[in-house]
Design a protein around this ligand. Structure first.
Ligand code: 6SG
Length: 208
């Protein structure tokens, strides 16, 4: 039996990074897909702490909040730094990724038609910050010399942003090589090429 269970909609959404990290760490994941109709009944929603998915189970432990799931798995699978200071710096990076992800989600679900141009114009200002961190650290990772959950989270978001704006990384060599290197990790590559993963839409409303 898979040690981990994820309950979520049939989208990449907030679980892309988690799936990429688990694949890279050679961990099995059991997935319970929830349809719109099922969710609208409300029974599952009423059992969710904040009334939302994803829900993640590790044995008897039940987690909500996608970033808490990333942290949990980071702790368990050596992707949360080598000491407390690295862990705190990884938190800084992950919160930065979350800020940009929230802007992206707002664009997708609330203002895609009116806001896309302005979003893409402003995107460089956000990407520049991650570019600077990677250029300074020189290890190919955001913090220290080993991959962390924040790297998987940034990687997943960058894949989405490249779909939105294919040229968005063109003036950021460190981000480009970051994406290339993580994409080339054998188990990440296998997941990205897996039909079941590829066919999942990025978002729940068909926009990307
Ligand atoms: C949506 O926002 O998929 N959860 C979402 N929506 C349903 O009733 N801070 C936490 C976290 O990081 C945010 C959770 C997140 O974990 S994710 C949720 O539960 C609700 O609030 C994005 C996503 N959207 C697809 C969606 C859900 C409801 C309407 C659109 C499923 C897909 C299409 C219809 C039903 Fe649909």
């Amino acid at each position: 039996m898979a040690p981990y269970t994820l309950t979520y909609f049939a989208v990449k959404g907030r679980c892309g990074a988690l799936k990429i990290m688990l694949a890279d760490k050679d961990q099995q994941l059991k997935e319970n897909l929830v349809t719109f109709e099922e969710w609208m009944k409300g029974d599952l929603k009423s059992t969710c702490v904040f009334g939302q998915l994803p829900k993640f189970e590790d044995g008897d432990l039940v987690l909500f909040q996608s970033n808490a799931m990333l942290r949990h798995l980071g702790r368990k699978h050596a992707a949360y730094g080598k000491n407390d200071c690295e862990a705190s710096l990884i938190d800084v990076m992950n919160d930065g990724v979350e800020d940009l992800r929230l802007k992206y989600i707002k664009l997708i679900y609330q203002e895609y038609e009116t806001g896309k141009e302005a979003f893409i114009k402003d995107l460089s200002n956000h990407l520049k910050c991650f570019e600077n961190v990677l250029a300074k650290n020189k290890t190919g990772f955001l913090v220290g010399d080993q991959i962390s959950f924040a790297d998987y989270n940034l990687f997943d978001l960058l894949l989405n942003l490249k779909v939105l704006s294919p040229s968005c990384l063109d003036s950021f060599p460190s981000l480009k090589s970051f994406v290339d290197k993580i994409s080339a990790r054998p188990k990440v590559k296998a997941l990205l090429e897996c039909e079941n993963f590829k066919k999942l839409p990025i978002n729940g409303n068909g926009k990307q």
